[in-house]
Design a protein around this ligand. Sequence first.
Ligand code: XCC
Ligand code: SF4
Length: 630
Amino acid sequence: MSHEVLEFDVSSNVLLEKAKKDGAETIWDRQIAMKAKCGFGDKGLCCRICAMGPCRISPVEGKGAQRGLCGATADTIAARNFARMVAAGTAAHSDHARDIAHVMHMANKDGNYKVKDVGKLMKLAAEWKLDTEGKDTDEIAHELAEKALMEFGKPFGVQNFLTRAPKQRQQIWKDLKIEPRAIDREVVSLMHSTHIGCASDAESIFEMSMRTSLADGWGGSMIGTEFSDIMFGTPTARGTEANLGVIEENMVNILLHGHDPSFSEMVVLAAEVPELIQLAKEVGADGINLVGMCCTGNEVTMRHGVKIAGNFYQQEMAILTGALEAVMVDVQCIFPALARLSDCYHTKFISTSPKAKITGSTYIEFNEEHALETCTQIIREAIMNFKNRDSSKVLIPQIKSKAIVGYSVETVIQHLDKVVNSQTDVFNTVKPLSDVIWAGVIRGAAGVVGCNNPQVKHDKSHITLIKELIKNDVIVVATGCAAQAAAKAGLMTMEAKELCGRGLKEVCERVGIPPVLHMGSCVDISRILDLVSRVAIERGLDNSNLPVVGVAPEWMSEKAVAIGTYVISSGIDTFLGITPQITGSEMFTNLLTDKIEEKVGAKFFFEEDPIICAQKIMDRIEEKRDRLGI
Ligand code: XCC
Ligand code: SF4
């Protein structure tokens, strides 16, 4: 049986036609208006961190300015710009995590936020050496939350979660002096070091960037994931659907977009309130249809199976359908353009976070104390807006795919356990996974992550690359908008095993998993770090010894820069499908794509062609296998 997979996302074509008719502006119009990119910025050679500048370094040596007014070279400027992206990305992931920790600090068995996964709470309490004797669940949650909040500002010591990494990796971090201390401290410290007249040595700036990024991966992001699981439930495998076709004509459609599950979880709860469903029927709809987008979409699909309307690039497309009663957003990856675009339709664009007030939106502040109340109010607004929908302006592309989502590390291990049945010594480990890799049935594993970027055709790099990898018996784990691209393309179904090589296909059949596993949102890349480290530890190796890679085929955000940096700092090669803005410095480019390997055992690869990128990944995986003698 052949399984049909789209090559890129086609749901948008018809909507872009519609946009023209409706007089609505999209990212493509703005891209045309933008004309050519700034050549200096594109190469990382523009510095505007002080008011003597902006200073632009000529990319041609010996021609034009070679130093900024303060004397900063191309190397310094490129490294500083990159470092500041790492700091911003780390800040974004970690500040999100901080909010989750605060929510856990208000856990109350009679309140809005209750501890959902008590087992995971107790495990983490033990891991963090919390004395739980004689304390009830809420008390333990509060104390653990306080410990997590200390991870952001503790004056001494390093991140608690570092001990999850293989011993060898911890030693590398120690030797390089890049063990991340308090999260806020790393961000602040990097901002300090990149201030005018501070660090100019590009290599040292990058080392500090690695330390800051590790505060993201093994700090903020890991706290975000673990504490979300405790509060909202650890994801388990479940079915869902993905793409704009999940928007339904006869329903009150509400799009959830953003990142923080403490908001989206409450919206999910509120959407189930019987009076609200009744109200939706009273206004003539069949019910309430909650659909997700970007990482918030991943959070709620992993835990509730909420359908996925699309990824980053589709946020405007969803509104163009004319069938959304409301778009509810919190933080990150929300186009400011959505405000103007919503005005072309009846859609209410509702911002909720004091951290992300958006010009032209309706602002209804979400506050954890009155969480359910606020979400109920917002949903009510959406329902009351149904009558304003202009049916002549509705066009929903009937495209969607089924998908299985919800692969937390716990769920992956559970699935593996099923196939090795009752061999108690391997129970609850990743041994079956490492066994199939060692046996060569699976050649390796790839984490495919990240955004969409108009520099490439929507989802094409994601899909092409993933298909090549599974064809070559590389199992794929995915998060973020890459995961949504895979879901929309039908790659997260059992049928997708037909696209795999013989070995991976057999594993999928025996374990009962699709070849591409949805591991969650972008903070959930911490799940991938955890899984890889478990395999390494189980074999007595370091992450850098394993035939595993990270790939961000269509990345665009500062968060992605932080991620790529902590992934290589964790010993895992990272392939970027979009070249970062650093190529104006040959020295810094060489450092990232070559020299850094001597220090951390991994490096960056820049490759924009997904087919060639897949080949390079396979070469690297086979190289690692050879070195292991497997
Ligand atoms: Fe944002 Fe997290 Fe990128 Fe998607 S993948 S565009 S960062 S939503 Ni995280
Ligand atoms: Fe120019 Fe130096 Fe100021 Fe940057 S820090 S803008 S290179 S003077």
